[in-house]
Each structure stands twice: as structure tokens, then as C-alpha cells.
Ligand binder design. Structure first.
Ligand SMILES: Cc1cc2nc3c(=O)[nH]c(=O)nc-3n(C[C@H](O)[C@H](O)[C@H](O)COP(=O)(O)OP(=O)(O)OC[C@H]3O[C@@H](n4cnc5c(N)ncnc54)[C@H](O)[C@@H]3O)c2cc1C
Length: 363
């Protein structure tokens, strides 16, 4: 399948800023506040959003390729991109027009941060964990309490985050929380081993009063499966970009190991691109809404391919990979790669889902 039309435009955009700060973004919060405005300045956040709503048009495929292009430079920046772009996707899918009117323009410009706290909801819907926020109804308002232990893109300059809340009647809703609301408190940055410039922290929610204007969707069981293809496909921009840059580096560095390394690089590259093509095809015809297992298998295979790609970069680089003054990039990519299987939905979670589908005769 051919690459989506606007990819070349997004890749051609000047991404040096992210490449030059990749080490600092991984190791410190020095540039954490700047990532979003830099993405916005390049109009990357508008890709795949209808022009009528302030976007530059195109598709989810175009947006995931833009995330992949950033991931080739810095996984931290790509992760922030994913969080912001996924939050934008939630607003596009929400029946609440007021939220779009309030935030969309600033989100697309990178002036205001949107975070996705929906790992908990995705795990809840898979029967893995309880919802971490509870809501007590007071007329048409909700009083929300609880804690979201992991949320990325919580800019100190201000943020909104999407989260699922457990209602007393047993249902679950998706709401927006903002740091401007009384009772919403961001923790200090989590002490991460990598991706430290991603503004990742916890949110404590204490008796937060939400009117209907804060509702993204009243039913998590309808909303989450509908947005899951975009949530997951955009996330897959990260392993695709990381695998591509590791394989390219392996090709360039192969030197005397070329006879052994290059055929393997060609094989893994072909499979990465085949998985990316399957992803684009599934997004184009909408099949992942009804056929989640196919998307899960792509996610699992891409995570394995990233590990193979990084292994080949190491094989090609040899001992130089261990010399900080020669090559910091490999060491950074190695820990960036460790994040790929962990992010929700994790590989073990998806393997469990696939086993369940197979047991039900659906897989
Ligand atoms: C750097 C970073 C940033 C993050 N940013 C965000 C964010 O922006 N938004 C957000 O919502 N979350 C975010 N998370 C949270 C993340 O996606 C996970 O939800 C979080 O790591 C906790 O879940 P866990 O699966 O690791 O933990 P646990 O639930 O303790 O599980 C441990 C392991 O067991 C597996 N497991 C548990 N139960 C089952 C089961 N029943 N079947 C199969 N496998 C199972 C899990 O998948 C995992 O591999 C972030 C995490 C990290 C590390």
C-alpha cells in the first residue's frame, strides 16, 4: 500500500529541534514545557483533523506517520504528541460541542495541553482493574474523587485530562478534568528512568464538582471501543518510528559485520513496513472497530520488531554502543524501547485479550 498522502509533508517539516534535544528530553525535565509549543509551531497537531475544525485535513494514518517521524528523533516528544493528539481525538468523538469550542483551537496550536488518562478505563473494560475515580451524582452534576497514578503531558502551564469515573449506578462516564478546577492537583513529576521530559505525573482528585459541560461521553462502554482504534493506532507511531531509526542506523554502521547484519536488517525492515501498511489499510476501511484482535496482533508484533531492530543496531555498532563519547543514541533508544511493551494496552494484557477472544471462538 502507498504511504498516506500528507506524510511526506509532515516528515519534511523541520524536526531538528526534537533530535537535538532528544538526550535532554529523555534524561531531564529541562525542555518539558517546550515540547508541545514546538509540535504546535510545526502544525503537527493539526494533521488528521478536519479543516473545518481548524485542522489541516488528512487521516489518522497521516497523524500516526507524523508521530512516527517525531519518534525517530525523540520518543519522549512522540509520547507527548500521542497524548495531545489522542485527547484531541476524544474531543472530535465527543457529542459535547462546548468542550471543542472551549479547547480545540488552543490544543491544535500547542498552547494548551490535553492528556489521556484512559489507560485505567481501557483496563477496566478488559476486566483487569477497577476504575480509580468515583462519582456521586448531585442533580445533573457529579462529585468526583480518586487518583490517576500515571498521566503524561501534564504541563505546568495548564492542562486538561480525560478520565473514566465510576457512577453509583454501576455505569462509567468519561469526563474532562482541568488543573483550573478546585480539587484537581498535579503531583511532582514521577521519577522515571527515561522519558523524563514528558510531564508525567499523578493527579489527585478531591471532591471535584463537574457539571454536564465537563462530560466527554456519558458511557465509557460506548466511547472507549469507538476511540480505541485511533488511541492504539496513534500509539503505534512510536514503535514504528523507533524501529525505523534503529534499522537505518544498523544499516549505516554495519561495517565489517555487514554480511551478517544487512540481510537481517532488510528482513526486519520489510516486516515493520508490512505491519505499518496493514495498520494503514485497517484504518482506511474502519475494520478495527469490529475486529480489535487484528489491531492487537499488529501492536504485539511491532513491539517484538522494535526489540529486533534495536538488537540489530547493537550488533552493527558493537562495542562503540557502550562508549558514551561515541554514541549516546543507542543507549537512549534502548531505554526508550523498554517503554514500548509497557504502555497500556501492555503486551501481556493484549495476549490475555486474544486468549479470551479465541476461547469465545471470535479470534
Ligand atoms: C512513562 C509512563 C507514562 C504513562 N502515561 C500514561 C498516560 O498518559 N495515561 C495513562 O492513562 N496511563 C499512562 N501510563 C500508565 C500505563 O499505561 C499503565 O497503566 C501503568 O504502567 C500501570 O499499569 P501496569 O499494567 O504496568 O501495572 P499492573 O496492573 O501492575 O500490571 C503489571 C503487569 O501485569 C499485566 N497484567 C495485569 N493484569 C493482567 C491481566 N488480567 N491479564 C494480563 N496481563 C495483566 C500488566 O499488563 C502489566 O504488564 C504511563 C506509564 C508510564 C510508564
Amino acid at each position: 500500500m502507498n504511504a498516506p498522502a500528507s506524510i511526506s509533508t509532515s516528515v519534511a517539516t523541520d524536526l531538528h529541534w526534537f533530535a537535538e534535544r532528544a538526550e535532554a528530553l529523555n534524561n531531564s525535565a529541562e525542555h518539558a514545557e517546550d515540547v508541545l509549543p514546538e509540535l504546535g509551531r510545526r502544525d503537527l497537531l493539526r494533521i488528521g483533523v478536519p479543516a473545518a475544525l481548524g485542522g489541516s485535513g488528512g487521516t489518522t494514518s497521516d497523524s500516526l506517520e507524523a508521530i512516527a517521524a517525531v519518534a525517530e528523533r525523540s520518543l519522549t516528544a512522540a509520547f507527548v504528541f500521542w497524548g495531545q493528539r489522542t485527547f484531541i481525538e476524544y474531543l472530535l468523538a465527543s457529542p459535547n460541542e462546548g468542550l471543542r469550542e472551549r479547547w480545540l483551537a488552543d490544543l491544535l496550536a500547542g498552547r494548551f495541553a490535553g492528556a489521556t488518562g484512559l489507560s485505567n478505563a481501557m483496563k477496566y473494560l478488559s476486566g483487569i482493574e477497577a476504575l480509580q475515580l468515583t462519582a456521586r451524582a448531585q442533580g445533573d452534576r457529579l462529585r468526583v474523587d480518586g487518583r490517576l497514578p500515571w498521566v503524561t503531558n501534564l504541563r505546568h502551564a495548564g492542562f486538561a485530562a480525560a478520565a473514566a469515573v465510576q457512577r453509583e449506578d454501576g455505569g462509567a462516564a468519561i469526563v474532562a478534568l482541568a488543573d483550573s478546577q478546585p480539587g484537581v492537583r498535579r503531583s511532582a513529576d514521577l521519577d522515571l528512568v527515561a522519558l523524563r521530559g514528558s510531564n508525567t505525573a499523578a493527579i489527585d482528585v478531591d471532591a471535584v464538582d463537574l457539571g454536564p459541560e465537563w462530560l466527554i461521553h456519558e458511557d465509557a462502554r460506548t466511547f472507549c471501543p469507538a476511540v480505541r482504534p485511533a488511541f492504539l493506532a496513534l500509539q503505534l507511531g512510536m514503535p514504528i518510528g523507533l524501529a525505523r531509526v534503529a534499522l537505518r542506523t544498523a544499516r549505516e554502521r554495519a561495517g565489517s559485520a555487514h554480511a551478517i547484519v544487512l540481510p537481517k536488517v532488510a528482513e526486519v525492515s520489510a516486516e515493520v513496513e508490512a505491519q505499518a501498511a496493514a495498520l494503514h489499510a485497517g484504518l482506511a476501511d474502519g475494520r478495527f472497530v469490529a475486529d480489535a484482535p487484528t489491531l492487537f496482533r499488529i501492536r504485539i508484533r511491532l513491539a517484538e520488531l522494535v526489540q529486533s531492530a534495536l538488537g540489530l543496531e547493537l550488533d552493527a555498532t558493537g562495542g562503540r554502543a557502550y562508549l558514551l563519547d561515541q554514541n549516546r543514541e543507542f543507549a537512549r533508544r534502548w531505554v526508550e524501547g523498554a517503554f514500548v511493551p509497557v504502555i497500556t494496552p501492555s503486551l501481556t494484557q493484549l495476549q490475555g485479550e486474544l486468549a479470551r477472544h479465541a476461547a469465545q471462538g471470535q479470534g
